[in-house]
Design a protein around this ligand. Structure first.
Ligand SMILES: C[S@@+](CC[C@H](N)C(=O)[O-])C[C@H]1O[C@@H](n2cnc3c(N)ncnc32)[C@H](O)[C@@H]1O
Length: 377
């Protein structure tokens, strides 16, 4: 893949840009095997799961820069000025096509971009998520409510310009902080969730809920974990750091499904997971007990025969590793976006032996990837 933004040094995020995709994938697989050599033997590794090399990102998190009537949507440069990346080739077509439409709409509304250096202005970011059915969720991140009415008033125009717009929100981030969103969300549309049809089931994604950035690879990952759960046939499964519930809910659709308990710190993600669980129950797709709790995954470890963990980059940490180690869990499925913390955590779980490992290329054009392992006692 080639990228003009990269070649002109306007955006250097994709550090593997210009390398043949097969070479990228093989290099990441080698790096993962080397980084996990202590914990994962050669025979455990499966073929890496490849991605499309472009147009794979289901979401764009765009920093707004420029001036009213001439905004940039992309990133900030070293001087904290906006760099427009509206033709970034990583985004799925439905997201890519929406970005220039959003830029025009913002220009028409004369919204005032937030100037990070001067700490002035209102419009900080725009988040766009696309679903497999090509519906959209658009979230406009404002500093305060002084221009929120313009956004509300402009909703009809936006819906006319983006007929597949399903969810539109205003998110408020009043603090001057390096975050992409705040805690307060105003939903402007009747629909509050975006339906992500993942084949086996449809996840319902609320505005402030993490979802894996690469839908096709996420489906591969959930299917892989589901296959392993099917082979282990546990009676109960604990999905820690469950987000909107992908791992647990896929397992809940097995013919001999375990009972599922998901634990997640984000209340919005838990609400999304519960929504999906309810629709699976209503349709008869998941008949066993499926429950989601809002809380800290590290605070207590409910009993389960199979534990799935999918933590943020910092990993699971000593305490939770010790709790898993001393639990009755027979199987651990650990999905990680950081091989360093995965290796560290596996070293803290000496009674588990990794039987299978696989790299999922969630983030082509970068050195990052997801690695999932199955470990049994
Ligand atoms: C890598 S995401 C995984 C989400 C989910 N498993 C999925 O497949 O989409 C990590 C999740 O952990 C959540 N999280 C972070 N710290 C947590 C904690 N201490 N306890 C529970 N969940 C936490 C985040 O909100 C996020 O949803």
């Amino acid at each position: 893949m080639q990228c003009g933004y990269f070649e002109r040094h306007e955006c250097r995020s994709c550090t593997f840009m210009g390398r043949a995709y097969a070479e990228q994938l093989a290099g990441k697989d080698r790096a993962a095997r080397a980084g996990l050599a202590e914990a994962v033997g050669d025979s455990a590794w499966r073929e890496p799961f490849a991605s499309r090399e472009s147009q794979f990102r289901n979401k764009a998190k765009l920093v707004v820069g420029g001036t009213p009537g001439a905004v940039t949507l992309g990133i900030l440069d070293g001087d904290r000025r906006g760099v427009d990346l509206r033709r970034c080739g990583l985004h799925e077509p439905v997201v890519a096509q929406a970005i220039p439409v959003l830029a025009d709409w913002i220009d028409d509304l004369r919204l005032l971009p937030y100037d990070v250096a001067k700490r002035r202005g209102e419009l900080k970011h725009v988040h766009v998520t696309g679903s497999p059915a090509e519906e959209l969720m658009v979230r406009v991140v404002l500093r305060g409510d002084s221009q929120a009415q313009r956004v509300r008033d402009g909703l009809e125009d936006l819906q006319a310009a983006l007929p597949h717009l399903r969810v539109a929100t205003v998110n408020y981030l009043p603090e001057h902080v390096a975050l992409l969103e705040g805690d307060d969300e105003e939903v402007l549309t009747p629909a509050r969730t975006l339906a992500m049809d993942l084949g086996r089931l449809t996840l319902h994604l609320g505005p402030r809920s993490f979802f894996q950035t690469n839908t096709a690879v996420a489906v591969g990952l959930y299917e892989q974990a589901r296959d392993w759960v099917a082979e282990q046939a546990p009676a109960s499964l604990l999905d820690l750091y469950c987000g909107v519930g992908g791992f647990g809910l896929f397992a809940a659709t097995l013919p001999d499904a375990p009972t599922v308990l998901g634990v997640e710190v984000s209340a919005d993600a838990v609400a999304s997971a519960r929504h999906t669980a309810e629709s699976l129950r209503d349709s008869g797709t998941a008949t066993n007990r499926v429950e989601f709790r809002c809380g800290d995954a590290g605070s207590e470890l409910p009993d389960a025969e199979c534990v799935v963990v999918n933590p943020p980059r910092r990993g699971v940490g000593d305490e939770l590793c010790a709790a898993i180690e001393s639990s009755n869990a027979a199987t651990l499925i650990y999905s990680s976006c950081n091989p360093t913390t995965l290796a560290r955590d596996l070293a803290e779980l000496p009674t588990f032996a990794v039987t299978d490992a696989r790299l999922f290329d969630m983030f082509p054009q970068t050195p990052h990837a997801e690695v999932v392992v199955r470990a049994t006692r």
